[in-house]
Design a protein around this ligand. Structure first.
Ligand code: FRU
Length: 496
């Protein structure tokens, strides 16, 4: 038996989806079936398919009482909607089913672990959300919430830590068949901390350790943690709120953080060696990973930032998109990302130019489009002064363009959607420090109608940004102050 709340959501989304044409959505980035989407949830491989759930409010393109939307895919690019999986319909999650993860149980059932939110009356008209961790089990379509929910509550957090900021469990199965999860929490001193729990069966949980603490360095509350082994190290991903900038590495507001180090299984403590942003663009938050059957660690994020949500009008039929799924690896102690290799099957209509001299503005025959995979290798012109600036403009017509520009003297790469058609006074540009030797740079730019994801130097950095420029603006051009040389390979990303 499913609840009335869930039944209504399913009925509503089925009808609302029909009112949105395919062309109004990205081609291979997941958007909500209807209404609002934020964080990816329960990203996992189950019964031969990739499952991706998401924070969801089907009724409007605005954040509201959270449900879990659901989609499946066999290649991480072509998604099929399944019925809404969770609705806020129990006494302990009445005010929202917040983010969480999923695993397959040994008996073949699918376990979802999520945050139940319940508003508690404080005084006069003041309410605060109490957050607890809950589970639900199902068959990949229908899920039943566990009778003994919540499975983790204020009894299970360290003394003085906040029960109002205790959310986003990411669960995984250990080699010995037991389970672990990491949960974001706010420590007594107000900063973020990541708590770790273990369980023999996924239902009964015990506190293990404070895995990592903010110590007032990276924002305040740490949301949406993920923790995994990668190339011989341990990686902790989280999305901090209320960040202050640090050089070009971290920016103000909601940001992303990757900590790389070692993990002491005995004590449950993480020993941090390196920190960096996950994405250096404008729109990326709340990342989550899975381990694919062939052993790849694949990450997806909400391609959005809470601070720039009003780029898109709430009157539009959908809001929020997922990033491209990205394969993660470590190189020289840093996190690297590359688009999932499944994308290669969608590359068609190859156009290639070698050693093009770019001075002033250059347009190249066959180089245009809004569903594009484009690789550029840029280098200085021999025997000439190093160029001042190289830029590629896309989603371009006489009125609009979005650009990625590079200043080799400063090693600064900028993504700029100021001229993308936005009418809001929000962030439209972001600069990042990149690695370059003598003005050489590699860029792989993926466009999918309403977004650009820029992979720099084979994945050393990524800059993601959404753009809602009208689709007719599909020009691409290249500009240099000075002269640069460029190799370019461009494909359309389409299904034949
Ligand atoms: C992050 C977040 C999570 C929370 C969810 C609510 O974007 O704030 O911490 O679970 O969104 O929708």
């Amino acid at each position: 038996m499913i609840s009335q709340t869930l039944r209504e959501a399913r009925k509503y989304e089925e009808a609302a989806e029909k009112l949105i044409s395919k062309e109004e959505r990205p081609h291979f980035h997941l958007t909500p079936r209807a209404g609002w989407m934020n964080d990816p949830n329960g990203f996992c491989y189950y019964k031969g398919q990739y499952h991706l759930f998401y924070q969801y409010y089907p009724y409007e393109s605005k954040w509201n009482s959270m449900h879990w939307g659901h989609a499946v895919s066999s290649d991480l690019l072509h998604w099929e909607y399944l019925p809404c999986a969770l609705a806020p319909d129990e006494a302990y999650d009445r005010d929202g089913c917040f983010s969480g993860g999923a695993v397959a149980l040994p008996d073949g059932r699918h376990l979802l672990m999520y945050t139940g939110v319940l508003k508690e009356h404080q005084e006069r008209d003041i309410y605060r959300e109490v957050q607890t961790q809950c589970v639900a089990v199902g068959d990949g379509i229908d899920y039943k919430k566990y009778e003994q929910n919540p499975v983790l509550d204020e009894k299970d957090i360290p003394k003085g830590s906040s029960r109002f900021d205790f959310r986003d469990p990411k669960i995984w199965k250990n080699a010995d068949g037991t389970y672990s999860c990491v949960v974001g929490n706010r420590a007594a001193e107000g900063g973020g901390q990541i708590l770790m729990y273990t369980s023999p069966d996924g239902f009964h949980w015990t506190f293990k350790s404070v895995l990592a603490s903010n110590h007032d360095r990276f924002g305040k509350m740490w949301e949406c943690p993920d923790f995994f082994e990668l190339d011989g190290k341990w990686v902790l991903l989280t999305s901090p709120q209320d960040m202050l900038p640090q050089g070009y590495e971290y920016h103000n507001g909601n940001g992303t953080l990757c900590l790389i180090g070692d993990y002491d299984e005995e004590s449950g403590a993480f020993k941090e060696e390196h920190n960096q942003s996950i994405d250096y663009g404008i729109d990326f938050y709340a990342s989550q990973t899975l381990l694919s059957p062939d052993g790849r660690r694949i990450m997806i994020g909400w391609m959005q930032n809470w601070d720039s949500c009003n780029l898109r009008s709430p009157d539009e039929p959908w809001f929020g998109q997922m990033s491209l799924p990205r394969e993660l690896f470590l190189k020289e102690g840093r996190l690297y990302q590359r688009p999932v290799r499944e994308l290669e099957a969608m590359r068609h209509n190859k156009v290639e130019y070698k050693d093009v001299a770019v001075s002033g503005t250059v347009n190249l025959e066959g180089i245009q489009g809004r569903k594009v995979d484009m690789e550029l290798k840029i280098r200085p012109e021999q025997g000439q002064d190093l160029y001042q600036k190289f830029a590629v403009r896309f989603a371009q017509d006489d009125t609009y363009h979005t650009s990625v520009s590079f200043r080799p003297h400063e090693s600064i790469l900028k993504i700029d959607r100021k001229f993308s058609g936005s009418r809001r006074a929000i962030i439209h540009q972001r600069r990042s420090l990149v690695n370059t030797t003598d003005g050489e740079l590699k860029l792989r730019i993926i466009l999918d109608r309403f977004s650009a994801e820029v992979f720099v130097n084979d994945g050393e950095q990524v800059l993601s940004a959404t753009m809602y420029t009208e689709q007719e603006a599909d020009g691409i051009s290249f500009l240099t102050n000075g002269t640069a040389r460029m190799d370019i390979v461009k494909y359309d990303l389409i299904d034949l």
